[in-house]
Design a protein around this ligand. Structure first.
Ligand SMILES: [Ca+2]
Ligand SMILES: [Ca+2]
Length: 117
């Protein structure tokens, strides 16, 4: 019998619940890691001054480039709130929170007439 199968069946012919939970956990971790890598890459791509965080101006660039959105005037205080450690920019954690809780009501679509400017 094939070794791998012998291991997977572990004698009772079933994959145990524990193994399944471990499998799901591993998948979740992989997903989180991928998400994290993606975020880090995004941060790097838009971090024009290379200080490891995205200032409001860089976030504006990110929104325009990835979602064709621009912030309304009311976005400013919201940005200050997103910057939970008050260092003036969003680090990976703050960026993750921002992308998961994007304040859509504070953003508006960029009119196509302004796209080229
Ligand atoms: Ca920056
Ligand atoms: Ca910050």
């Amino acid at each position: 019998m094939c070794q791998t199968w012998a291991w997977a069946l572990r004698g009772n012919g079933k994959i145990g619940e524990e193994e399944y939970t471990a499998f799901l956990k591993r998948r979740e971790e992989e997903y989180q890691n991928e998400l994290r890598e993606g975020l880090q890459q995004t941060l790097k791509d838009f971090d024009k001054n290379e200080d490891g965080k995205l200032e409001e101006e860089e976030i504006v660039q990110l929104l325009a480039a990835t979602r064709n959105l621009r912030p309304k005037a009311s976005f400013k205080p919201a940005f200050a709130e997103l910057d939970s450690d008050n260092d003036g920019g969003l680090n990976v954690d703050e960026l993750e929170f921002f992308l998961q809780h994007t304040p859509w009501n504070l953003l508006e679509e960029i009119p196509s007439s302004e796209m080229m400017s």
